[in-house]
Design a protein. Structure first.
Length: 157
């Protein structure tokens, strides 16, 4: 039995075209999941999905939540969703060649994804491996989350 995942899609400006191509290639798999996107990435993803499903399939619906643009708080909104166990997978096509004005937010987002053991793809190759994995929608699979009880209950002097 497959389960419906919440998949976050994010791309820096220079990588939005690559993400749109990836979404176009994987649109049928993505339609069966909930999508969460930051800013302009969400618009591009929605346009790509509408284009791919075609005019004859106008009845086909997709579930997409649009957050704010990354630099305007979208990365932090997404981080909060990760911390609240609302994201099952993060696909983030980031641009390693350009400085980002919100680089600290990007680092915080990736830190939270790591902290909460959210499967994360940072480029097309890892996204391909994740979406084609038999674990992706396996109802029995749940990533193991480290127990931070000791850290939370530590004594501060």
């Amino acid at each position: 039995m497959e389960k419906r995942l919440t998949v976050a899609l994010v791309a820096h400006d220079a990588m939005k075209h690559d993400l749109a191509e990836w979404v176009a290639w994987n649109w049928e798999k993505l339609l069966s999941h909930r999508l969460v996107c930051t800013g302009t990435t969400g618009r591009i993803v929605a346009e790509t999905l509408m284009e791919r499903r075609g005019k004859d399939a106008a009845h086909t619906r997709f579930d997409i939540t649009m957050l704010k643009s990354g630099p305007l708080g979208g990365d932090q909104q997404l981080g909060a969703m990760i911390a609240n166990d609302e994201i099952d997978m993060l696909i983030f096509f980031w641009d390693p060649m350009s400085a980002q004005p919100h680089d600290v937010d990007v680092k915080a987002l990736l830190r939270l994804a790591t902290l909460y053991n959210v499967p994360t793809a940072i480029n097309r190759s890892t996204a391909d491996f994740m979406i084609s994995s038999t674990l992706m929608a396996n109802a029995d699979y749940k990533p193991v989350i480290k127990d931070y009880t000791t850290y939370i209950q530590r004594t501060i002097k």
